[in-house]
Design a protein around this ligand. Sequence first.
Ligand SMILES: Cc1ncc(COP(=O)(O)O)c(C=O)c1O
Length: 452
Amino acid sequence: MTYQELLQVPLIKTSLPGPKASRLIAQDEEFTSPSYTRFYPLVVNRAWGATIEDVDGNLFLDFTSGIAVCSTGHCHPRIVEVIKKQAEMLLHMSGTDFYYEPQANLAKKLATLAPGISAKKVFFSNSGTESVEAAFKLARYHTGRKQIISFFGGFHGRTMGSLSLTASKNIQRRGFDPLIPGVSHAPFGNCYRCPVNKVYGTCQTACVESIEKQLFRHTVSPDEVAAFIVEPIQGEGGYVVPPIEFHRNLKTLAEKHGILYIADEVQSGMGRTGKMFAIEHFGIEPDIICLAKGIASGMPLGAMIAKSEIMDWPKGSHASTFGGNPVACVAALETITLLEEGLMDNARKVGQFMFDLLDALKDKHSLIGDVRGKGLMLAIDLVKDRDGREPASRERDAVVQACFKKGLLLLGCGVSGIRFCPPLVIRERDAKTAVRILDEVLSEITGWIDDK
Ligand SMILES: Cc1ncc(COP(=O)(O)O)c(C=O)c1O
C-alpha cells in the first residue's frame, strides 16, 4: 500500500468481502460459534487510529471502536509501547493472590477518579459482564437483601447474573431460563419513546414514580431491594440519554429506601461522553460503578469501583485469576493519561461538532427521527414517520450495510438506532467524512429499500 493510499480513508479496492476475506469467513463459519452477531463481512488485518485495513487491503473508517473499546484509537503507539515493556517484565501473576505495581497503581487511580468524595476501592475483572457480576454479588452481600432492579432496554452482559439484569433483546435471554431470581425490571427514562406514554416536561418522571407506585406497592418490598443497576446512558438499548431528573429522582428513591445505586458505565465510561464517567453529567455519586470496554484501549480488563464502606466482603468471598492482569493494567493507566491529556476534551468537542452535523442531516432526511447522545457516544434513530416514531428497523439495517460497502463501519443499537462510537482520537474531518457517507447512503436508500 502506498503512503498516499494510507492517507485516503475509506478506500475500497475489491468487492466486499474480498477474496481473502471470503476464504477466512468460510473457515470461521465452520469452526466458530454461530451465536456471534457479525453484521457485515469485515475481516480485519490491522488497524491504527480510526482506520481499519481488511485482509484484502481495503481501508475503512471505524466508527465502532470494536464496540466502544479502542478509545485511544487502534494501536496507539504509547499504548503499544507500555504493553511491550510490561510484557517483557511480567505477563501474569494473579492479582487475587499476589501484589504487583500496575494493579496497585490502577486501583489508586480509578478510586481517585470516581465521582464523589467518599473513599473508594476497586475489584478487577476481565470484562463488562464480570464487573456487573461483581457488583451484583457485592450489593447482595453488603445489604443482606436479595432483590435487584434493572431497567427495560438495559444491557449488562451475558453471564447468568448479568443476563438476568439485561432486558435489551429477548434473543439474548430466550432458551436460557431459569435466570437468577430476585430481579425486576422498571421503565427507563426514554423520552423519545416514553415507556409510560407521557410527554417530557409534564410527566414528573412517571417512569421513576412507577417503581414506587407499581413495583414497590404490588410485587417488591423496597426494604428487600439491594440495588438499582442502571446505565447512565443506555448503550445497546439505543444510546438513550435520559433526562437529568431520571437519575436524580432514582437516586433520591434509592436513598429513601437504603437501596444501592449501581452505575453500569461499561459502555458510557472512560471519557467517551466528554466526562470520565457519564454519570457525572447527572451530578450523582453512585455507590458502585462497573467498567470495562474503553478502560484499557483493547486489552481485556474490567473494574468494579465501590465506596470503601460498601466493599466490606471478606477475604476469599470474590476473586478472579486473570482480573487485573499487569499488561492490561499498564494499558489502562496509559489510556487514562491519554484521556486526561486531551482525548476526553476531544470527545466533547468533536462529539458536539458531529452532533450538529447529524442534526443538520435530520433536516434533509425524514428517515432520521432523532439525533441524541453526548460526546462521541452518538446515535440517530430511524423512523417510518416522524409523528408516530415507528422504528424503521429494516431501513436501519440497510443503511449500516450500505455504509460498510462505502467503507464506513457502523453498528446498530436499540430497535432502529445507528450508533457512532468512534475512537476518541477522531478529528472534525473524520466526522465530516462519516456524515457525508451517511448522507449519500440515506439519499440512495429511499429508492432501493423497497426493491429488496
Ligand atoms: C452497559 C454494558 N454493560 C455490560 C456489558 C457487557 O460487557 P462484556 O461484553 O465485556 O461482558 C456491555 C457490553 O456491551 C455493556 O454495554
